[in-house]
Design a protein around this ligand. Structure first.
Ligand SMILES: *Cc1c(COP(=O)(O)O)cnc(C)c1O
Length: 231
């Protein structure tokens, strides 16, 4: 099932790229493996998947030692400052930075490991009260402050669009984030390191790609529905 799912997702990514006149290489697929057993991640690895997204610190800690060394881990979930230390040496990219305080905590831990950590700023474009993330108007001032930190590099923006029945409803959300991304890129604040726009999930990734996503985060479409009752 995993193989067929991956093939179908790949096909749909390609088709969306073609529709948008974009090259397939511009879009990175992140396989969101949260709640899934490590055996499933290993199977996906065997099928060529190298980039995995998790939303809980504990799951990254548990799965990390069980996967091959060239596995890329992306932290996509809300991150508490006191848990940064457990993952800062394990993750390739943190998608969910939504405050200066969190960026400072990452800075502190990154310095201890003598590395720089790539991050994205999470933007709550639709300003849903249930969601984390900066409001659109907060992004630039926070960006400028975080850009001062030596061991944190802002690589772009991320959003979790509203849950909708029709993915077309999220098109304006993705278009808004793309516009903000372009504006920020043009300002060249952090020495031109901004090149990632992380948006689109199982329900709406094709629309997100059409609107300029460079990373899509797909869980259900690859691994099937999640069962939260066993956790
Ligand atoms: C769970 C999750 C996803 C993947 O969701 P699906 O609808 O299963 O594709 C993507 N991004 C974030 C931040 C998530 O928490």
């Amino acid at each position: 099932m995993l193989k067929e799912n991956l093939e179908s997702v790949e096909e749909r990514i390609r088709a969306a790229c073609t529709r948008a006149g974009r090259s397939r290489d511009e879009v990175t697929l992140i396989a969101v493996s949260k709640t899934k057993p490590v055996e499933m991640l290993q199977e996906a690895y065997g099928l060529g998947v190298r980039v995995f997204g998790e939303n809980k610190v504990q799951e990254i800690r548990d799965k990390y030692p069980l996967m091959p060394e060239d596995t890329q881990w992306h932290m996509i979930g809300h991150l508490q400052t006191n848990k940064v230390k457990y993952i800062v040496d394990k993750v390739k990219l943190i998608h969910s930075v939504d405050s200066l305080k969190l960026a400072q905590a990452i800075e502190k831990e990154a310095e201890k490991h003598d590395r720089t950590v790539d991050i994205l700023l999470e933007v709550n474009v639709a300003e849903e009260t249930s969601k984390f993330g900066l409001k659109t108007v907060e992004v630039l001032p926070v960006f400028e402050q975080i850009a001062q930190l030596k061991h944190v590099k802002i690589r772009g923006l991320m959003t979790i669009a509203p849950f909708v029945d029709d993915p077309e409803k999220n098109r304006p959300v993705f278009a808004d984030l793309h516009k903000l991304y372009v504006d920020i890129k043009e300002k060249n604040i952090d020495n031109g390191t901004v090149s990632i726009l992380s948006m689109g999930m199982t329900n709406d990734y094709e629309v997100a790609i059409e609107e300029g996503a460079t990373m899509v985060r797909i869980g259900t479409g690859i691994f099937g529905a999640r069962d939260y009752s066993i956790h």
